[in-house]
Design a protein around this ligand. Structure first.
Ligand code: MRU
Length: 351
């Protein structure tokens, strides 16, 4: 239907005839593979907030189309009132989730097209074509990142991944799971252990689903089993994604990533982060980044059933920060960055 379908699961698609954004509804996975059609920026914002679409690059591209939809739907008669509406949509979309930098990066890219156009029609056209370009770019970037990363994997490797940094977290193909796909395409036999990733279960629900969907060998394991699996020599490498990478190599990613990195260091297992350059934040310091706190019910309930006493206090941070000292290398579309990250990151951005 929507876009050329070359990469297996396509998480974000644009239906140009219907002027709608088509997203896989990830809340329903793995039991049902269903799509949601968004025709307004409010719908897109709801999908991001409720995690129907999630994963840093997927959130970014979805938000870009959200802003383009606001432009398509605008009835404004002059550029000033048009910009007023676009600014309101921009604010709504940017308030959906705080940690993944791709959201802000993508919205800024579309906003600059809106600001730079000298008529409403030109703004509409430029905003939509930028969003379409970002969708295509995401697939291309993931392919290139995957190719670079695949050189780090050996035939027979057993790779642990946390959360979902796959096709479902991007437009398609994935970052961490893109590395695994690329290694498989080169004929290497790779098996994957996906941690469940409490409380939203992106590992058990999403990583397991998409790897099975593509015929890649995958098992799931509780988050709490990582130390034992490593101590038993069952893991050769770890690859995770990132929601934000700072200039000095600190990596924000799904809660639990930091403890996996500590355990990898303790067991001398390489710990790789796969992240496109759109996930890098060259301005912020660790303390500037907001770590999203999510709903109480995610922790006290499993499949809507209460599993903790009423009135219990809960901590539910959605992300943590892994220091650069625990990271063996960061895989990007422009190559594999090694420590010291201050230098390798500066040089990849030509700073
Ligand atoms: O809360 P989520 O599911 O949006 O978190 C996703 C992650 O933490 C991913 O690892 C990250 O966004 C990288 S996706 C290529």
């Amino acid at each position: 239907m929507h876009m050329e379908y070359r990469y297996g699961l396509m998480t974000v698609q644009w239906d140009d005839k219907d002027k709608s954004l088509v997203l896989i509804d990830q809340r329903r996975l793995p039991n049902r593979l269903e799509y949601i059609r968004c025709k307004s920026h409010e719908q897109v914002a709801d999908c991001i907030k409720s995690m129907a679409v999630r994963g840093a690059p997927a959130i970014g591209v979805a938000a870009a189309f959200g802003l383009a939809l606001a432009a398509i739907n605008s009835k404004a008669k002059d550029k000033e009132s048009f910009m007023h509406e676009i600014d309101a949509a921009f604010k709504l979309l940017r308030a959906t989730r705080p940690t993944a930098i791709n959201l802000f990066w993508a919205l800024e890219r579309i906003m600059s097209k809106a600001r730079g156009a000298d008529s409403i029609d030109k703004a509409r056209e430029a905003m939509l074509s930028e969003a379409v370009a970002m969708l295509k770019e995401d697939l291309d970037v993931n392919r290139r990142l995957g190719d670079h990363g695949s050189l780090l994997l050996n035939d027979g490797d057993r790779v642990l991944t946390h959360c979902n940094a796959g096709a479902l977290a991007t437009v398609g193909y994935g970052t961490a799971l893109g590395v695994i796909r690329a290694a498989k395409e080169k004929g290497k036999r790779i098996s994957v252990i996906a941690t469940e990733t409490r409380p939203v279960m992106q590992g058990a629900r999403l990583t397991a689903f998409e790897l099975k969907h593509d015929g890649i060998d995958v098992s799931i394991a509780p988050d709490t089993s990582v130390a034992l699996l490593m101590a038993r020599g069952m893991i050769d490498k770890v690859i995770v994604g990132a929601d934000r990478v700072l200039r000095d190599g600190h990596v924000f990613n799904k809660i639990g990533t930091y403890q996996v990195a500590i355990l990898a260091k303790e067991h001398n297992i390489p710990f790789y982060v796969a992240a496109p350059l759109s996930s890098f934040d060259l301005k912020s310091k660790v303390e500037d980044v907001i770590i999203e706190e999510r709903a109480y019910d995610e922790v006290v309930k499993i499949a809507r059933r209460r599993i903790a006493p009423k009135g219990i206090r809960v901590f539910n941070p959605a992300f943590d920060v892994t220091p650069p000292t625990l990271i063996t290398a960061i895989i990007t579309e422009k190559g594999v960055l090694e420590p010291p990250y201050e230098q390798s990151i500066a040089s990849v951005f030509n700073l």
